[in-house]
Design a protein around this ligand. Sequence first.
Ligand SMILES: [Zn+2]
Length: 305
Amino acid sequence: MFDIPANDQSAAATVRDTISMQGIGLHTGAMVEMVIDPAAPGEGIRFVRADFEGSLEARTIAADPALVTKTQLGTVLTNASGAAISTVEHLMAAFAMRGITEATVFVSGPEVPILDGSSKDFIEAIDAVGLRVFAHTIDKVAPTHAVTVTLGDCWITAEPLPEGSAAEVILDVTIDFDHHAIGQQRVVIEGDRDTILAEVAEARTFTELRHVEALREMGLARGGSLENAVVLDKNGIMNPDGLRMEREFVRHKALDLVGDLYLLGMPLGCKLTAYKPGHTINTMLATALADVADQHQAASLSVPA
Ligand SMILES: [Zn+2]
């Protein structure tokens, strides 16, 4: 289990020192070098494709829900120059759970390394260097009314915390998979980012073997293995050691939701209820919440007539 740093949950923060990591990309199967550098308040989370030609600006991709271009197999961000970075969600979740608001992430290829398929290794790497906390405070994702997005039979609602709640955030996530090893699972987490970390950080991504085979035929998931995912076949869980924790599947979906919403760059200060969330609908919610935040800002900036 991870230690809990005693820093203010509304302060901007970055990594205290440079972090170097490497691992394979889930889709290319190629080794990726990743360097996370400290950044200054207001810089936010940015990815830089170190393997691209061109100016720093052309190679820089901001963590921003407006830059999400694909959500089928992971969350992909693409900038105006066409530079893209895939599978950002587990690293974004690690930043969210440790309160890192500013960092520059240099990546030697098109994907963030998948590592063990959870946020565990990212958190350990962050904890090894520690945080630098700024005096600068940051806003929270705190809608003043309920915001709901729907996609087929999936939906997510973000709403204000119940009156009198001592929690910073409430996550209530339900999944329903047509596989006997998963079925319907629910997790409810009430607390703050440390509570979320304790409940979901080590939950791994999962997939069915038949989907992996179909992806491989399309030239994808080349790096996917039992080392970085829970894989299910018709008999059940194929990983020899089984699951890491009970309801690991729904916990991973909660992790993905936290990572995708962190494209907003702000900690969660609301209640989220999600039914069958995934990257597509998570991004729809992030976009809707960004619009609400913009309107709120515009309203507070407008001068009364
Ligand atoms: Zn995931």
